[in-house]
Design a protein around this ligand. Structure first.
Ligand SMILES: C[S@@+](CC[C@H](N)C(=O)[O-])C[C@H]1O[C@@H](n2cnc3c(N)ncnc32)[C@H](O)[C@@H]1O
Length: 277
């Protein structure tokens, strides 16, 4: 069955995976991604959302942040949430209900005519760009649908957290395949893509953060859900998992140290050809 993921995610998916498993993964993702949600709420503050705006939430996942955006734009505005994961979109549609809110299954690489009647005031994207391989092409596409005074606000992970890399390697071969799907890039590379896409970088910050999973099970469940059920902890030898727990557990908890970036970009002003002086 196709779960509507980008080709890179879908290529190795288990053809017999039942819908119930994917739906379970979507629920598990929502429960286990509180750190990402907190960072997303901070990004919403930084985005300065105004009433009446049209907002695109790119890679909206299960729609928790999309709903907050819809409350901020109010009844005169509109928010469109897009994500390739059909199960996450189904959960978003069930739980984030508002007349000014709409969810679509789709990818950043093929957005189509989502905004229809008007340009987008704000593109918001929380923890998605590290899945996108050709960031410059996507940014160029977003620029094309942006209002001349609009902005793009993005937060993403810059590099693979060491703990997660180690865990994934233990689950070879599923873990190895998952790591190939990510497209981490640091702040300097992101800045380069922004400018290459005809955008002006307004702000960019790289930061460190730590999310703590209270048990090994919580860590495994989160990483499995984040990877759309593709990381399979059952592939890890019990003895190797015990060694991992002993080495990385801190009083039974597992801290994941992450380097992440956020930036704001706008359409670059046209060059002032022929200006005197
Ligand atoms: C870490 S989740 C973040 C979800 C949501 N933005 C949030 O903060 O709760 C990343 C999301 O990006 C989506 N995603 C992955 N590749 C994508 C692509 N090429 N285009 C759009 N979304 C993508 C995934 O399906 C997933 O729901």
């Amino acid at each position: 069955m196709s779960c509507g993921l980008p080709r890179s995610l879908d290529a190795d998916a288990d053809a017999t995976m039942p819908a119930i498993t994917l739906s379970h993964a979507a629920h598990a993702y929502r429960r286990g991604s509180l750190w990402q949600k907190g960072r997303g709420e901070r990004l919403i503050e930084l985005a300065g959302v105004r009433r009446g705006e049209l907002v695109l939430d790119l890679g909206c996942g299960t729609g928790g942040l999309t709903q907050q955006l819809a409350e901020l734009v109010g009844p005169g505005g509109r928010v469109v949430g897009i994500d390739p994961d059909e199960a996450r979109i189904a959960l978003a549609r069930d739980t984030a209900v508002a007349p000014n809110l709409e969810f679509q299954v789709g990818t950043a690489e093929a957005l189509g005519d989502i905004a229809r009647d008007r340009p987008v005031d704000l593109v918001f994207s929380n923890f998605v760009f590290h899945w996108i391989r050709d960031k410059r092409a996507v940014l160029r596409q977003l620029r094309g649908m942006l209002h001349p005074a609009g902005r793009i606000v993005v937060q993403c992970v810059s590099s693979l957290p060491v703990l997660v890399a180690e865990l994934s390697h233990l689950a070879d071969p599923s873990g190895e395949k998952i790591l190939r799907d990510f497209a981490f890039e640091d702040a300097a590379a992101l800045a380069h893509h922004v400018e290459g896409a005809g955008l002006q970088l307004i702000r960019l910050e790289e930061q460190q953060g730590t999310h703590v999973y209270p048990t090994l099970d919580a860590l495994l469940t989160w990483w499995r859900a984040t990877t759309h059920d593709r990381f399979d902890p059952r592939a890890i030898e019990p003895a190797a998992l015990a060694r991992f727990a002993e080495q990385h557990g801190e009083g039974g908890a597992f801290p994941v140290h992450e380097t992440f970036c956020w930036f704001e970009a706008r359409i670059a002003p046209a060059p002032a050809w022929g200006r005197r002086g």
